[in-house]
Design a protein around this ligand. Structure first.
Ligand code: AMP
Ligand code: MG
Length: 401
């Protein structure tokens, strides 16, 4: 059995980086940036008014009561033609370029207007309510760095930078193969000894949230030829994830069958709970990750190994699961030699500190408990007993699984 961290490192070291592809920014939400995004434009392109009012020369309005002559108008998209002289002003609206000769905005709330005479009620500091050219960014500046997961805010920035296409990593295609004679798909006719297959559904969603494309290649019965035939459907994918059949029972065929098909096995057992039987290797060009069949183990191992593998293929800047610290909500006994990931309730105590409280029942078949969990509390191998109130490491689940 190898430690969790070593297993993850060995997986990450084997992951290919996906090639870049160019997509419209309208289609780029959630994609991982592969190339730096460079501003093609200075924003604002010129000094612009930030308010409705009058464009003036700051020196003219240094004292209250200055009286100016209105000589024209400027609106967003419409410049005032001509240079403004001392003693003059131009009616201006938000987003309009400042006419040459002006450097300050007298807001309309502070102006008394009579015909074309404009009187400043207050003194105004030079530069007030002017957005200087390049305030936000300048042509040639890097707006976004590679590795970033593009979000709606980034897309707005890209549009403003006049970058209509961006280089992003191709989404890896992840084949999901469920195994087991007992499995039927959700909603299908169920015999008395059958189980509704949940792993392909939960893992497909996990894969999508990690930024990859899941490909459900079905359920293989526990017969060697059937499994070999089913696994061949992963051709063309970047990775095959088998679900179940990974340990060494008489009906656990994945390792033997895929070995006959040319699997180069790297490792297959990890010192963790849930999910000791976890297999990693290479099957031709396709990386193979064999996840345990127990539904909680499959999802937890998916979070700890499959998601980082996908993030690595995407060249993302967040590969490892983020580990945080909170206050433990209950006493815990000492741990054995397997690293434990306890399904836990995530809360906040009276002082506003995050609390993590492991559920009583930790059976790796209990999806209801997993669904209610907001965190996985981490217990290192051989960790001593831990009293309620002690600091405890955890992985928050929100957004990932
Ligand atoms: P296995 O790893 O194949 O020995 O499966 C371990 C346990 O997980 C057994 O109780 C299986 O019935 C169950 N199991 C395996 N695959 C799935 C699946 N796709 N959905 C739900 N349960 C599963
Ligand atoms: Mg099975």
């Amino acid at each position: 059995m190898i430690p969790v961290i070593e297993a993850r490192q060995r997986i990450l070291a084997q992951m290919p980086l996906m090639p870049a592809e160019w997509v419209s920014i309208a289609e780029a939400d959630g994609r991982v940036l592969a190339e730096p995004a460079i501003a093609q434009r200075t924003q604002p392109p010129a000094d612009l008014s930030a308010m409705d009012g009058y464009a003036v020369l700051g020196a003219d309005v240094a004292r209250p009561g200055a009286s100016l002559t209105r000589v024209g108008e400027a609106a967003a998209g419409h410049a005032h033609a001509g240079v403004v002289k001392p003693g003059e002003c131009v009616r201006i609206f938000t987003g309009a370029p400042l006419p040459p000769g002006t450097d300050t905005i007298l807001i309309q709330e502070d102006a008394d207007v009579s015909g074309d005479r404009v009187t400043a009620r207050e003194a105004v500091r030079t530069g007030t309510y002017v957005r200087r050219a390049g305030l936000d960014f300048r042509t040639g500046e890097t707006g976004l760095e590679p590795g970033r997961d593009l979000n709606p805010r980034d897309l707005g920035l890209l549009a403003a930078m006049n970058v209509p296409w961006v280089g992003v990593r191709r989404r890896p295609r992840i084949a999901l193969l469920s195994t087991g004679d007992e499995l039927v798909r959700p909603g299908e006719a169920l015999g008395p000894n059958q189980i509704v297959s949940s792993n392909a559904i939960s893992l497909a969603a996990l894969v999508r949230r990690a930024g990859a494309e899941p490909v459900d290649i079905g359920i293989a019965p526990d017969r060697p030829e059937a499994l070999a035939e089913a696994a061949s459907r992963a051709a063309g994918c970047d990775m095959l994830v088998t679900l179940g059949g990974a340990s060494v029972g008489d009906h656990d065929l994945v390792q033997d069958v895929l070995a006959d098909e040319g699997l180069a096995l790297d490792f297959w057992r990890i010192a963790m709970r849930p999910g000791k039987p976890l297999m990693f290797g290479r099957f031709g060009d396709v990386r193979l990750l064999g996840l345990p069949g127990n539904p909680v183990s499959a999802v937890v191992c998916g979070l700890l190994f499959l998601r980082p593998a996908i993030r690595q293929m995407l060249g993302a800047d967040d590969i490892e699961p983020q580990v945080r610290t909170a206050r433990l909500g209950r006493d815990l006994p000492e741990n054995d030699r397997r690293e434990d990931y306890l399904r836990s309730k995530l809360g906040i105590d009276a002082e506003g500190t995050a609390t993590v409280t492991p559920f009583d029942r930790q059976d790796s078949s209990m999806l209801h408990v997993l669904s209610r969990a907001g965190a996985l509390a981490i217990r290192a191998p051989h960790a001593p007993a831990l009293a309620a109130g002690s600091p405890v490491s955890f992985i928050p689940l929100t957004g990932m699984i």
